[in-house]
Design a protein around this ligand. Structure first.
Ligand SMILES: Nc1ncnc2c1ncn2[C@@H]1O[C@H](COP(=O)(O)OP(=O)(O)OP(=O)(O)O)[C@@H](O)[C@H]1O
Ligand SMILES: [Mg+2]
Length: 743
């Protein structure tokens, strides 16, 4: 089927044709024949790289251009959401019937907001969690949504992210029963179950545009699924290094999955030594520039230095410990062919399009603290393998597992390559997860009776897969908890939210988090120090990532606890009586200490050295802490703790910026973070008035203050910048640059 034959607006088809996309892939044709463009609910389960996104795009265009509709695109990960947002941008030049152009928006942050401005967009890309929070806020524009796309729906199986996705889909169907659902999934065993749950047509295919050859490497030979073999014998010793060298020599790029961050780094270093002599001189120069760019992005740390080092040899590593700026740089450099081999943790396994002709699955086992090693699911292996051979980059793809013995080779062939993917199972019916959704159902006025709550949960995937009765017990326990903690009230057969319950639900915090914060504010109002607030949020179930004390740290943390013993929310548990509680407490204390050190201006590199907190973790820690402190501020307001408001407000900013109190006035300025604020302060510029008074030229003499930023800051504080001063500063800077280049 040709693109031009589609029942779709000409301008939309033209965008595709201009991109060289003229013919639909078979799975796409199947989806069209199944009624995708006629408003039918659809579950499209098709292999990696089979073009599922395009179906979502076509349906979106149909709704926006011909049905005056609005589209919500749900993605499980922020990184994937921004890739899809960029993909939709190509349609933003198309005019709608009202003469306006298609507008695309992305909303993934701040859970305590209904983002009213999002309503002006036709296509809105969000994460599942953000969509859940928008539904709780009853964002007005949600009822205008006519099409919902849910990507990577097999993640219903994921214990962390699955339940939210399931509740969001059930809720959207409840809000608007006529909504069209287009659900994209990897091939899974029980597609029909998912489809039946969503009252959708299932379209399943095994078609892939690019052949993916899956094999196992042992004794210098890859044995493929079809019985074929490929001999790879070069001077490298380690199997992964052999494969990397082979790929680069044959002009390709490879993605090597490692099971831990540490492995991804050590593997990248070894590969860099192995392939560096193959990098051409001009490429080497490009890579040197990229290395410098990495060092200049964000704060300089030992991790950015390690990354810059391997990058100069055409290799990089990618994991969640890297800062967002570095991750983006690496992804782009790999896409541009500058990075030849990329090692990665499974963060890159889902959905992304990368030019990996070869995927090397270095380790099929994963380590879970307290659980040990376990083999990954077939579904996860297939996702990793599927990053190889993407149609926009390669004509063929290889995915290679590594075996150490013949037995292991047979095991890998059978258990992964020839195996079917698993069935997926709802993970919803756990009280820890459910109580939050039960509260939301009542607090956002979706149901006001116990029966109403049961009825809603009877529409979830869990109820479909098991028995609706099976979830009733957990719902009742949740209701009991919410009632005891005064988040809901009962009057006759009515169940209504209290102000507390409503606010907790909108703040998108676990009800138990709400209880921990409320009790701390009420019972210890006069005793709350910074450490107390930090320990309070560290104890909540929403604090993520959690921390465990390493054995070598236990003494040091115990000293910290001793120094602040009256400031914690509870007494130190006795390690002899309850070892688990003791370690948990030390983990919370460590977290409070880490956050306190951040606010005391510890550098990012010292955060790695002292606490093993890498930039990516630090970023997540800070955003979670900020969110929970914001929630505490809101609850302090609700419960009338006026005396705490100012301190909490300051704490929110100190956590966000990582500064001591004396820098608070300075970090309010745009473009001034912790480093620049400290420079200003140490040079005697301590207040907004000081900055107003200081001559522009003097400001530009400080490190990290270029003329443009200096001018912007002066204007922001309300000082007048005279033209002649500006000209002088600009000239001064260019003279300085000239002198430097001549030198
Ligand atoms: N009909 C087509 N003709 C040519 N290229 C296409 C066509 N449809 C999709 N593509 C290209 O195929 C690539 C893979 O598509 P897409 O990312 O949608 O795969 P997917 O099925 O979502 O895979 P995954 O399960 O890995 O997420 C994209 O680069 C896309 O531009
Ligand atoms: Mg996809």
């Amino acid at each position: 089927m040709k693109v031009k034959e589609l029942q779709l607006h000409d301008s939309a088809k033209q965008v595709l044709i201009d991109q060289g996309l003229t013919e639909l892939y078979p799975p796409q044709q199947d989806a069209i024949h199944a009624g995708a463009l006629d408003g039918k609910n659809l579950v499209l389960a098709s292999p990696t790289a089979s073009g599922k996104t395009l179906i979502a795009e076509l349906c979106a265009l149909k709704h926006v251009l011909e049905r005056n509709g609005k589209v919500l695109y749900l993605s499980p990960l922020r990184a994937l959401a921004s890739e899809k947002f960029e993909a939709f941008q190509k349609y933003s030049g198309i005019k709608k019937s009202n003469g306006r152009r298609i507008s695309v928006g992305i909303s993934t942050g701040d859970y305590d907001s209904s983002d009213p401005w999002m309503g002006k967009h036709d296509i809105i890309v969000t994460t599942n969690e953000k969509a859940d929070s928008l539904l709780r806020h009853r964002a007005k524009w949600v009822s205008d949504i006519s099409l919902v796309v849910a990507d990577e729906v097999h993640l219903l199986n994921d214990a962390h992210r699955g339940p939210t996705l399931e509740v969001v889909l059930a809720r959207l169907m409840q809000v608007n029963p006529d909504i069209q659902l287009v659900v994209l999934s990897a091939t899974i065993k029980n597609v029909n179950e998912v489809a039946e749950w969503l009252k959708a047509v299932a379209v399943t295919t095994n078609w892939r545009p690019v052949t993916l050859r899956e094999g196992v490497f042992l004794h210098d030979e890859v044995m493929f699924k079809d019985g074929g073999a490929l001999s790879i014998d070069n001077k490298a010793r380690d199997p992964t290094l052999k494969l990397a060298l082979y790929t680069v020599k044959s002009g390709g790029q490879a993605l090597a999955f490692a099971s831990t961050r540490r492995n991804s780094i050590s593997l990248a270093k070894k590969i860099a030594v192995t392939i560096k002599h193959l990098i051409s001189k001009p490429m080497k120069r490009t890579l040197t520039q990229l290395s410098e760019q990495i060092l200049a992005t964000g704060a300089r740390t030992r991790i950015s230095e390690e990354l810059a080092e391997v990058v100069s040899n055409g290799v990089a590593f990618h994991h969640a410990g890297l800062g967002g700026g570095h991750r983006k740089l690496i992804e782009n450099a790999f896409k541009e062919g500058k990075i030849k081999i990329l090692t990665a943790t499974p963060t890159l396994a889902f959905g992304v399009n990368l030019p990996a002709r070869v995927v090397i699955v270095n380790d099929y086992r994963r380590y879970e603290p307290g659980y040990g090693f376990y083999p990954i699911a077939v579904l996860e292996y297939k996702q990793m393998a599927g990053r190889a051979g993407r149609p926009c980059y390669d004509k063929v793809g290889d995915s290679i597992l590594i075996a150490k013995t013949e037995d292991e080779r047979d095991y890998l062939m059978e258990s992964y390559i020839l195996a079917d993917t698993e069935r997926i199972w709802s993970k919803l019916a756990v009280e820890r997860i459910l109580r939050s959704h039960v509260l939301a159902t009542i607090a956002s006025d979706f149901a006001h009776t116990e029966q109403g709550v049961f009825d809603f949960f009877a529409k979830t995937f869990y109820a479909y897969q098991y028995d609706p009765q099976a979830i009733k017990g957990v719902i009742q326990r949740s209701l009991g908890f919410l009632y005891a903690e005064k988040m809901i009230e009962v009057s006759g057969d009515k169940v209504l939210p209290t102000k507390f319950g409503r606010r907790v639900s909108e703040l998108y915090i676990d009800p138990l988090t709400g209880v921990i914060i409320r009790d701390a504010l009420t019972n210890r109002a006069d005793l709350m120090s910074d450490i107390s607030f930090l320990h309070m949020i560290a104890r909540t179930p929403d604090m993520f990532p959690k921390m465990r004390p390493y054995s070598k740290e236990i003494d040091e943390i115990s000293f910290f606890v001793e120094d602040h013993k009256d400031e914690f929310m509870c007494d130190l548990p006795d390690p002899w009586m309850d070892r688990i509680a003791f370690e948990e407490f030390l983990g919370e204390a460590k977290l409070a200490w880490v956050l306190k050190s951040w606010m005391n201006e510890t550098t990012e590199d010292d955060m790695i050295e002292r606490f093993s907190v890498q930039p990516g973790d630090l970023y997540r820690l800070i955003s979670t802490a900020k969110w929970l402190l914001h929630a505490s501020l809101e609850l302090a307001t609700l419960f009338g703790h006026k005396d705490l408001l100012e301190r909490l407000t300051k704490l929110v900013v100190r956590i966000e910026k990582g500064v001591k109190p004396e820098l608070l006035p300075l970090v309010k300025l745009e473009g001034v973070g912790r480093a620049r604020a400290r420079i200003l302060f140490n040079n005697g510029l301590k207040t907004i008035d000081d900055i107003k008074m200081v001559p522009l030229q003097q400001l530009t003499k400080l490190p990290l203050f270029g003329p443009r930023l200096a001018k912007k800051i002066k204007e922001e504080v309300g000082a007048l910048v005279k033209d002649e001063d500006w000209e002088r500063v600009k000239k001064g800077k260019s003279d300085q640059q000239r002198a430097l280049t001549e030198f």
